[in-house]
Design a protein around this ligand. Structure first.
Ligand code: BGC
Length: 980
């Protein structure tokens, strides 16, 4: 779904017609309904949810305001909506405070239906708001029969490529079709999809701004399509439509296929097919009411002789500008030399052998690679409207320095590790070659470090067209994870402006800010955000640079909650959940990555496989989204059947890929221990999700499963003295986090965890799996000072250590590079500088340090519970003594800002209209707390709920408040230090 400019025009007219007065109401105390969205998008086009969900937020300057009722109108035309007629749906006045996940319940919506909607909200005194500004959505092509277009391709006589020592990088193809719009155009809509990746042009102008459409799915089963409003691009008279088509994930190099010798002919390419194809359908409505459709078919023309000579996501792009003809997608262009497009269905399938691992039949054996015959031919996938956020350029970065190299090359340092492409500005004679190589780091001698890219060649090339005024190039069909670009072939020393970094990622709205008194932690927050952006490229990937970039499920489940704090990832995960559910293995388990182009090793690993339960649960919690539970329910229950069937005496299994607590520091936590904990956690989450969608019996069944696993866990692992038998920090953190320890032993187990860390020199030994729960568990069990200490530490292994080594992103390993040993500590091939898993600590920074959490699903009730470290608790650094954080939730913006000076704790909060909060703050007694300078009970709606253990819980309605608690935080009794 991409917003077309035509939609904006309609909305502008609408706003003018409605007087756009909604915002004014907030001043009067009455609520205003704002930020209207459909299926998490503003004015989406071409959706295929036949009962889309609507949401808005309400805003008021009056504290304690809420929505007591709403009315939604959905109309088929802007005019009807302006006349307050909801011909498609008029909810009437609904007594409800709900503002999100409102399921459309109006007339049935067919393909192409256009819906214009607005909301009126009543405040808690029954005063109505003015109507909101109008919003809209349109339906896509709901039925396969709506597509009169056909998939087209070019004539591809190349044999199936079988070489593994050489790359095969075919050119991108250009398709075009001239057409005449015989009458006056009222509206034009373009639908497009591809087996490959496409970019569309209309009359020489680019359609939309998305990269890598239609996105990665298992093309053998399913592909996405996008919808564009092109009303302003189609002219009356002669027009032309142009399409670029590249291999993308469909037939280009994918993941570590080439490296590990799997996939089609062990090349890691041609995974889903051999020849990409595209289907587009332009539907024109004329002002006289007649319609015309121009679809891809064999009347189109195609060429493989265009400027893009090679285009591959991992390997890079080669562009020969001497072949460029900027008129190729305009009506006047002569395409006689081009060939006819071919219907993809007419292309005979090619025989090939597909290699991948298969699980062993016999117990104790390891998976082995096997080949099986496949037919590489066109298979029409099931089509779905793209539900996610398109990948876009979201930011431009200028180089901070240019470093000349002895061989005449120049390295541009962009000062930030990110994912994307560059815009290159050069001058050179026709055919002159400029080479581009990318790297995340430099060797100490100034060379670009590319060893960690493995088989991802990550090189682009540009052949100049010879324009004396200079020329500009930006790759379309590749991306790189990098900070440095080496440019060869420049004819004169360049200005830094010769290269601009274009930051690419799925355009999930960024929703938070975080700042505190420790500059290192602020840098950490920046690094976490950068790494999330770099790795949310159509799906949550492990890394953006080397030959993986796959949807690793373990990394995603570890990080998903942190992700929800940084960005609105509801639509993004809605999309990826489809890939994850679709990737379910025949056994019922979820694999190590999704999409699942090929099996490597076993088809699953403990804790990775639980992503199929953890991710839907987390999205439900953050956004109150129960539809994601419904959509994943079938596969999730099949998965739980697998979990049940693999339990032995209520305990987890040892087989599967042995990733365990991946990258732990010399402390091995056995797989069956990890698996048991995750089995319990999945059972608990399933029980909660079942209850949320009204499946009471299953809720009870999963609760019983949890009890069974917990009982077995306690029996096998938990000693009466609070020892767990498995003496690693990870084992303790997991058990506490999943609540597998008897209540009475929790304090003992928690103390043992803290002691273990202290005994380890006040350092973590946890890997991906153990680090995520570590700080939250410490804070939840009375060891918040230690949690804050670990966050602020600079000693290895820690976030601060990595930052001291120069990190601008989160690294795969704490010491992927050190000033002392360079890259020498690790295998260069497994050394990514953009891997978000250790960035999961972001959830602690928001949830505990700033103290912003949802109390139940969807932020309808909020908990603000900041946890300041005690003065004197940190022997190495000044403990954090102020934090300012904000999070724009699905219910509106939340703020928590605190400072602690000489025992006086001050907290400013903002609670969105139509929500309530419990503010929990350190306090000696009631008398030492003020709210806005007054006693608690004298502030309207604010009341003390409890005061124990030095913590006051205060019920707070919406609004902005300043709490002060004197004598709040006594000096620490224990001081931590990790200094040798
Ligand atoms: C990936 C990880 C992933 C792991 C499995 C790696 O190659 O980059 O992040 O989870 O494999 O252990």
């Amino acid at each position: 779904m991409v917003n077309g400019s035509g939609t904006h025009r309609v909305l502008l007219v609408l706003c003018l017609a409605l007087g756009a007065g909604a915002g004014a109401s907030a001043d009067t105390g009455v609520v205003a309904a704002e930020r209207l969205r459909t299926e998490y998008h503003s004015n989406p086009l071409g959706i295929d949810q036949i009962q889309p969900r609507l949401s808005w937020i309400v805003r008021s300057d009056e504290p304690g305001q809420r929505q007591s009722a709403y009315r939604v109108l959905v109309a088929s035309t802007p005019e009807l909506l302006a006349a307050d007629t909801g011909d498609l749906w008029d909810t009437g006045r609904v007594e409800s405070s709900q503002t999100a996940q409102i399921v459309y319940g109006g007339s049935e919506l067919g393909s192409r239906a256009r819906c214009f909607w607005k909301v009126q909200a009543w405040d808690h005194q029954g005063r109505p708001s003015p109507w909101s500004e109008a919003a809209s959505w349109s339906m896509g092509l709901l039925d396969d029969a709506d597509w009169s277009a056909s998939y087209i391709t070019h004539e591809d006589k190349s044999p199936v490529f079988k070489k593994t020592k050489q790359l095969y990088l075919p050119p991108a193809n250009q398709f075009r079709k001239a057409f005449t719009a015989g009458k006056q155009v009222k509206k034009a809509t373009l639908y497009a999809t591809a087996l490959g990746i496409y970019e569309l042009y209309l009359n020489g102008k680019r359609v939309g701004d998305a990269y890598f459409a239609p996105g990665w799915s298992d093309y053998n089963q399913r592909a996405y399509y996008q919808t564009y409003d092109v009303s302003e691009l189609v002219g009356d008279g002669d027009n032309a439509l142009g399409i670029w088509l590249a291999e993308g994930w469909y037939s280009g190099y994918v993941g570590f296929g080439l490296l590990t010798g799997i996939g089609t002919e062990k090349t890691g390419r041609a995974t889903y097919g051999k020849t990409p194809s595209v289907m587009a359908q332009l539907e024109i409505e004329y002002t006289d009411g007649s319609r015309e459709t121009i679809g891809t078919d064999d009347s189109w023309r195609v060429t493989s002789d265009g400027p893009i000579r090679a285009a591959d996501l991992l390997m890079g792009e080669e562009y020969d500008a001497t072949r460029e003809n900027s008129a190729w997608s305009t009506a006047g262009f002569d395409a006689t030399p081009w060939g006819p497009a071919i219907l993809a269905e007419d292309v005979p399938a090619a025989d090939a052998t597909f290699y991948e691992f298969v699980n062993p039949k016999k117990h104790g054996e390891r998976p082995k690679v096997k080949g099986r015959p496949v037919k590489l031919g066109f298979k029409r996938p099931r089509l779905e409207a793209f539900p996610g956020n398109p990948v876009r350029v979201t930011e431009e970065i200028e180089p901070i320095r240019v470093l000349p190299r002895p061989n005449g090359a120049y390295i541009f340092d962009l000062g930030q590790n990110f994912a994307g492409v560059i815009r290159l500005k050069v001058k050179g004679p026709a055919g002159h070659r400029i080479g581009l190589r990318y790297g995340e780091m430099l060797h100490p001698d100034g060379r670009l470090m590319t060893e960690n890219l493995r088989k991802a060649r990550a090189q682009d090339a540009y052949l100049c067209k010879g324009d004396p005024a200079g020329e500009t190039y930006t790759p379309r069909f590749t991306f790189h994870g990098f900070q440095y670009v080496e440019v060869t072939g420049l004819l004169a020393p360049p200005q830094p402006s010769a290269v601009t970094g274009l930051v690419l990622h799925s355009d999930t709205p960024m929703v938070s800010t975080f700042e505190c008194s420790d500059p290192m932690v602020n840098k950490l927050f920046s690094n976490i955000r950068w790494t999330q952006r770099s790795n949310f490229i159509d799906l949550p990937t492990d890394c953006p640079q080397r030959d993986e970039r796959m949807g690793w499920t373990g990394d995603a489940q570890i990080y998903v909650n942190a992700a929800t704090y940084n960005a609105d990832v509801a639509a993004f995960f809605t999309k990826w959940m489809r890939e994850l559910m679709e990737s379910q293995r025949p056994s019922g388990v979820f694999p190590g990555y999704a999409p699942y182009p090929f099996q490597h090793g076993w088809d699953f690993g403990s804790a990775w496989c639980d992503a199929g339960v953890i991710c839907p649960w987390t999205i439900w919690q953050a956004y109150g989204d129960t539809r994601i539970i419904e959509e994943c329910w079938g596969p999730m229950t099949v998965y739980m059947d697998w979990r049940r069937s693999t339990l032995k005496n209520g305990l987890g299994i040892t087989q599967g890929n042995p990733w365990g607590d991946w990258l732990s520091q010399g402390a091995r936590t056995p797989f069956d221990y990890i698996d048991t904990v995750y089995a319990a956690q999945s059972a608990r989450m399933m029980s909660e999700m079942a209850a949320a969608i009204g499946r009471q019996t299953e809720a009870e069944e999963y609760a019983r499963l949890l009890d069974r696993v917990k009982a077995s866990f306690i029996k096998k692992y938990v000693g009466e003295d609070g020892t767990l038998g498995i003496e690693t920090q990870t084992a303790y953190a997991l058990a506490l986090s999943v609540d597998l320890v008897p209540e009475e032993l929790r304090p003992l187990v928690a103390t043992k965890l803290a002691d273990k860390i202290v005994d380890n020199g006040a350092r973590m030994s946890t890997g991906f799996i153990g680090t995520r729960p570590l700080l939250p568990v410490l804070s939840a069990t009375g060891n918040n000072d230690l949690a804050a200490f670990l966050l602020q530490s600079h000693e290895f292994p820690s976030w601060g250590y990595e930052i001291d080594q120069g990190a601008t992103s989160i690294w795969e390993r704490w010491d992927s590079y050190t000033r002392e040993d360079g890259f020498g500590r690790h295998n260069a091939a497994m050394n990514s500088f953009s891997h978000y898993s250790f960035g999961a600590v972001c959830e602690w920074m928001f949830g505990d340090l700033a103290g912003i959490r949802s109390d139940g699903p969807g932020y309808e009730r909020i908990i603000i519970r900041p946890q300041p470290p005690a003065p004197g608790s940190n022997g190495d650094h000044e403990p954090i003594d102020w934090v300012r954080a904000s999070y724009d939730s699905i219910r509106g913006p939340i703020k928590s800002a605190w400072s602690l000076k000489e025992g006086r704790f001050e907290l400013r909060v903002q609670i969105p209209t139509n929500t309530t909060a419990t503010v929990i703050l350190p306090a000696a007694d009631e008398a030492s707390i003020t709210v806005d300078g007054k006693a608690i009970d004298s502030v309207q709606g604010v009341s003390l709920v409890s005061l124990d253990n030095g913590q006051a819980a205060i019920a707070v309605p919406s609004g902005a408040y300043r709490f002060v608690s004197t004598n709040a935080v006594p000096a620490a009794t224990r001081t931590f230090s990790a200094k040798p």
